[in-house]
Design a binder for this molecule. Sequence first.
Ligand SMILES: *Cc1c(COP(=O)(O)O)cnc(C)c1O
Length: 462
Amino acid sequence: MNELKNLPSVDRLLSEAALQSLVAEHGRTVVTDAVRAELTFARESVKGGAALPANDAIVAAVTGRVAAHMRPRLQPVFNLTGTVLHTNLGRAVLSESVVDAIARAARAPCALEYDLETGGRGDRDDLVEGLLRELTGAEAATVVNNNAAAVFLLLNTLAQRKEVVVSRGELVEIGGAFRVPDIMRRAGAKLVEVGTTNRTHLRDFDEAVDAKTAMVMKVHTSNYAVQGFTAAVPEGELAQLAHARGVPFVVDLGSGTLVNLEQWGLPHEPTPRESIAAGADLVTFSGDKLLGGPQAGLLVGHRELIAKIKKNPLKRALRAGKLTLAALEATLALYRDPDRLPQRLEALRLLTRPETEIRAQAGRLLPHWQAALAGWPLDAAIEPALSQIGSGSLPVDRLPSVALVARPRGRKAGVLHKLEAALRRLPTPVVGHIADGSLRLDLRCLRPEDEAAFAAQLATLT
Ligand SMILES: *Cc1c(COP(=O)(O)O)cnc(C)c1O
């Protein structure tokens, strides 16, 4: 126990050169706390029979504690899951021009709600309303925190204590927390389900719409597909029926891209412009799904309905901030030049990366992958893969891609989880996925400019 007296004091440790430079970087408070914590730990260890640690060892442990404490919790990762718009990994990666716009809005005061012509008060929605009108054909637009908020605000404004008619085939759940029936209830609207899971007809809607009806709603079944003996009513027919009965027709598009993706070989995804043209009075969609921008909920449609929604006090509670609006404006601006969109809109660049380019990248990386796995009971290979768009877009379509694969030699499935954990511990954590008895790193989202850094850190895999 006398040995404890030989542990250095807090001040003695803080005077070490290594800790002095830590103090210079992170401040006295953080380093002193780490020293105290490490000394407490050392004291307990010695009491438990461990040898007295050398000063160098204590300094190294303090350095480790400070590094762990100060590391930002929101860490960049390599998304090699094969899901391009991965909700848990932040959905759309933003283009450099968009990142610049965010930085500009953050650095200096900006005319967020200020009309520079008149010097009077402005409306933050005006920053993007013109672009949204141009790109969707709608009369007016407003922006909130996300699409869930957009749907909630719309229902709360137009359908409180009234009925909303929706097909049973469209009562979707998005990632657990967003469920159409729950949102309806919370917004104060009464859900009226019509039709069946697989088939809903115009007459089902016709019978359900009455004096208590606030709106007819269509929800895009974005994260699943009903196949086989199915029927859904086209938007145009629903719009006609709703209008004949004097109620609005609204569409929750979910993802909603602003251009026809087929021109780049991607599957068709409905656009707000199509819904508006078919007669929808309001359309809502996300900013960070196929649109490729920041998290936001966009509402476009008739001027009077948008004006009503903007007057709801909840709009204030759900509004988007200046960084979001800066990013959204810059993202939408890219759509003005659709020809260069696949080069300039980062999300689309990843979605349209040719398989041949990914294959060539896999070939360059294979030797690094093999070297990294040399000490593991695993075979390294490259195999074809199928990426997903993700975020509930186009659920059944797959994009041909190529993956780095690790397969256990023999029946050692546990080793895959060890490798998965080791990849997560790399300086920029690598997130892949385990499927068919192998660990797979889909290279679609490994941008060519990040390839060298990715390869270099593979050499440190342990
Ligand atoms: C994704 C989605 C939502 C929720 O949008 P968030 O932007 O994640 O809030 C709502 N409805 C549909 C149909 C969706 O696909």
